[in-house]
Design a protein around this ligand. Structure first.
Ligand SMILES: Nc1nc2c(ncn2[C@@H]2O[C@H](COP(=O)(O)OP(=O)(O)OP(=O)(O)O)[C@@H](O)[C@H]2O)c(=O)[nH]1
Ligand SMILES: [Mg+2]
Ligand SMILES: [Zn+2]
Length: 289
């Protein structure tokens, strides 16, 4: 069942027309669709308009392409300051996935209320603001830092994406308590170790914007990216890669490579370069499959 907002602003539940059903990935949140009304006031989605943008990642097992959302204006990568495992690579994977979709990501560091969060936040804010990524340090629990984030969410269509348990639903509940989205406390009765949010929804905020609460996912892997395209997903590295005088340079082991120069003089942070090398390797492996 899909919730479709009609031109007059009312929302109806609709099912997919048979032809569209075969691939359930064909309609995602943010899609613009045409609907038809049946004789029993039932609605069906008849067609899907071409998308301006798609947020894409690799599905489980590595063989499928998963579209998470379409036609978004902004995508926020959300992580929790309480969980240093895999940081900052985990952040880079999210940012690169959003960059690969042709959108400029924003970064949200949640759970700023927890002990030691501030030290972690300082280093990450320094790193990512410097790279040009607007970074919000927030706490869904105390409400700290939420005002500027709310401002960004109150126009157009946005999505919060990131690992399970970082507080995506909690942030939206803090912004608008009438939403009552399910968060982990409330769902532990029904099962442990499960994702709390199980399906994506595009939620109208009282201040005007639409925002998607999405289910958390594990490690992000890229889909369909040629190894040579990976540099463009790292803005600070892309410039050096352009200037690199070796035409088919991988920017990994070639001596005299411009990216290596940028790494040596600090223009490219080491952690970012490590993420680049890793994601490039994965792109090579994926291309060979
Ligand atoms: N201390 C603290 N805990 C938080 C904060 N935000 C969320 N939490 C807790 O983190 C847990 C997970 O929050 P959720 O909002 O369900 O996380 P989610 O990202 O929506 O998770 P999925 O729906 O599984 O993807 C809950 O126990 C929340 O209470 C915060 O700012 N501070
Ligand atoms: Mg959730
Ligand atoms: Zn190079």
């Amino acid at each position: 069942m899909y919730a479709v907002v009609l031109d007059d602003g009312t929302s109806v539940d609709a099912t997919l027309r048979g032809r569209l059903k075969r691939d359930s990935g064909q309609v995602v949140i943010g899609d613009r669709v045409t609907v038809a009304r049946g004789t029993h006031a039932d609605w069906t989605i008849e067609s899907v308009a071409p998308r301006d943008t798609e947020l894409v990642r690799r599905g489980r097992g590595g063989r499928s392409r998963r579209v998470l959302a379409a036609n978004l204006d902004r995508v926020f990568a959300v992580v929790a300051l309480s969980d240093p495992t895999g940081m900052p690579e985990r952040i880079d994977r999210l940012l690169v996935m959003i960059e690969a979709s042709g959108m400029h990501p924003l970064l949200v560091l949640n759970k700023a209320d927890l002990p030691s969060a501030l030290a972690a936040a300082e280093a990450l804010v320094g790193l990512y603001q410097h790279l040009g990524y607007r970074t919000f340090v927030v706490s869904a629990k105390t409400g700290e830092g939420l005002a500027p984030l709310r401002e960004m969410l109150c126009g157009g269509a946005s999505a919060l994406i990131g690992p399970s348990g970082v507080g995506k639903s909690s942030i939206l509940n803090a912004l608008d308590p009438t939403l009552r989205l399910l968060t982990r406390e409330l769902s532990t009765k029904t099962g442990t170790g499960r994702h709390t949010t199980v399906s994506s929804r595009l939620i109208p905020l009282d201040c005007g914007g639409l925002v998607a609460d999405t289910p958390g996912f594990g490690e992000v892997a890229l889909w369909g990216m040629a190894p040579d395209e990976v540099p463009r997903c790292f803005p600070e590295l892309a410039a050096s890669a352009e200037q690199c005088r070796f035409r088919s340079c991988t920017h990994v082991h070639e001596p005299g490579c411009e990216v290596k120069v940028g790494l040596a003089d600090g223009r490219i942070p080491e952690s970012r370069y490590r993420s680049y090398v890793k994601l490039r390797e994965e792109a090579v492996e994926a291309a060979e499959r």
